[in-house]
Design a protein around this ligand. Structure first.
Ligand code: SF4
Ligand code: SF4
Length: 344
C-alpha cells in the first residue's frame, strides 16, 4: 500500500475476530467488542466488513515544537526540544480534560483533516538540528498505535521517541511500542481506583502494570499526578502513589501538578499550592528521590536536587533550564552521587 492510500485508514494491528464478523479490539484495556459497521468506544477504530481499521492514521490535530519540560519530563534530556504531534479522541472520559477540543472530537467528525505521514514527520525532525526527539501527545497516543510504531521504526537512534499517555494500552500494544523503540513515557495516574472508575471509566491497576512493564523494559518513565480538588487531593492518594512507585523504583520522577479549571470542571477551584507542597513532602518522606511540583512558575520544588546532599542540580524557571551536573560522569558535583538524569 502506498503512503497516500494509507492516509487516515489502516488495518489495526491488534484485534480478534469473534462470531458473526464481530471484533474485539486489542489496542487498549477497554477491549471493545465491535459489531460490523460500528466503532469502538474511542471511535478511532471501526469494524469494516469484519476487519478492524484505525481511521485516524496520520490525522494530525496539532503539530508543534515543545520543550521536553512541557510533557513534563524533567530527568530526560532537560532543555531539549521535541516535535510533538497529536490526533483526535481519547479512551478516557476525564471531565477536567485540558485538551478537550481535540480529545472530545472524533476523527470521522473532522471536516478538513490534515495528514502527516510518518516519513514527513521524520523529515521535519531530521531537517531541524535543534530538535532531539518526537513526542506523541495532546490526545491519547495509544489511539495512534499504528502511526507511532511506523514513525518510531523510521527514527534514527539518536532521536528520542516518547508518549505522553494515560498508559491504558494492552500488554501487546505496549510491547509493540517498546519493540519499535519507544524510549520515554510521561504517564498520568489520575487517582485511586474508585475515582478513576468514576471519572475515567477505567481501571487504574492496568496503568500501574504498564508503569512496571515499561520501567522493566528500560523505557524512561515519569509519573504525573494532576491534583484536582474533590477528585484526588487526599493524603491517601499521595501516600498510595508514593509507596507504589517506591516499590517499582525510588528514582522514578513523580510530578504533582496544579489543576486549573477547564471543560466540565470549571466549578472546581484551582489546586492550592499548599496541597501540592504537602504531596511533595509525603512523597519525599516515602523515599522517592525525584519529586516535583508542576504548573507553579518558579516554585523551588520544580528544581532537581541531589537526593544525598540537596545540592541544586537543575534549576527551572518556566522552560529556562540551568544545569549544574557533571555531564561526563552524570554525578552530583558536590558529593559525587550518581544522578539518573539523561543528558543530551
Ligand atoms: S482503542 Fe480502546 S477504546 Fe478504542 S476501540 Fe480499541 S479497545 Fe475500544
Ligand atoms: S486521559 Fe488525558 S487526554 Fe484523555 S480525557 Fe483524560 S485528561 Fe484528556
Amino acid at each position: 500500500m502506498n503512503e497516500k492510500s494509507e492516509a487516515f485508514q489502516k488495518e489495526s494491528l491488534l484485534y480478534t475476530v469473534l462470531e458473526n464478523s464481530t471484533i474485539q479490539c486489542g489496542t487498549c484495556w477497554h477491549q471493545c467488542i465491535i459489531a460490523e459497521g460500528k466503532f469502538g468506544r474511542c471511535r478511532t477504530r471501526k469494524n469494516i466488513s469484519g476487519k478492524l481499521y484505525c481511521i485516524n492514521y496520520g490525522m494530525i490535530s496539532t503539530f508543534s515544537i515543545n520543550p521536553i519540560e512541557k510533557k513534563p519530563l524533567f530527568n530526560y534530556y532537560p532543555g531539549t526540544l521535541a516535535v510533538t504531534v497529536g490526533s483526535y479522541s481519547c479512551n478516557f472520559d476525564c471531565p477536567w480534560c485540558q485538551n478537550w477540543s481535540i480529545t472530545k472530537k472524533f476523527p470521522a467528525d473532522v471536516l478538513r483533516p490534515r495528514y502527516l505521514s510518518p516519513k514527513q514527520l521524520i523529515s521535519a525532525v531530521e531537517k531541524d538540528p535543534h530538535i532531539d526527539g518526537i513526542s506523541i501527545s495532546f490526545n491519547e497516543p495509544t489511539l495512534s498505535l499504528e502511526y507511532a510504531i511506523d514513525t518510531f521504526n523510521l527514527c534514527k537512534p539518536h532521536i528520542y521517541r516518547m508518549f505522553v499517555t494515560n498508559a491504558y494500552m494492552t500488554d501487546e500494544a505496549l510491547q509493540l511500542l517498546i519493540t519499535a523503540g519507544m524510549t520515554g513515557m510521561s504517564i498520568t495516574v489520575k487517582g485511586l481506583a474508585p475515582s478513576v472508575k468514576k471519572y475515567c471509566r477505567s481501571q487504574v491497576d492496568r496503568v500501574w502494570d504498564n508503569i512496571q512493564t515499561a520501567h522493566n523494559n528500560g523505557v524512561h518513565v515519569e509519573i504525573i499526578c494532576l491534583i484536582i480538588p474533590t477528585v484526588n487531593d487526599t493524603i491517601d492518594f499521595y501516600t498510595h502513589v508514593a509507596r507504589r512507585l517506591f516499590i517499582i523504583n525510588p528514582n522514578i520522577p513523580l510530578h504533582f501538578t496544579r489543576f486549573f479549571p477547564d471543560y466540565q470542571f470549571t466549578h472546581v477551584q484551582t489546586t492550592p499550592i499548599k496541597d501540592l507542597e504537602e504531596a511533595y513532602q509525603i512523597a519525599r518522606s516515602a523515599g522517592l528521590n525525584y519529586v516535583y511540583v508542576g504548573n507553579v512558575f518558579g516554585h523551588p520544588f520544580e528544581n532537581t536536587y541531589c537526593p544525598n546532599c540537596q545540592q541544586l542540580l537543575i534549576k527551572r524557571t518556566g522552560y529556562r533550564i540551568e544545569i549544574n551536573l557533571d555531564k561526563q560522569k552524570g554525578q552530583c558535583p558536590s558529593c559525587n552521587t550518581d544522578i539518573p538524569v539523561f543528558l543530551g
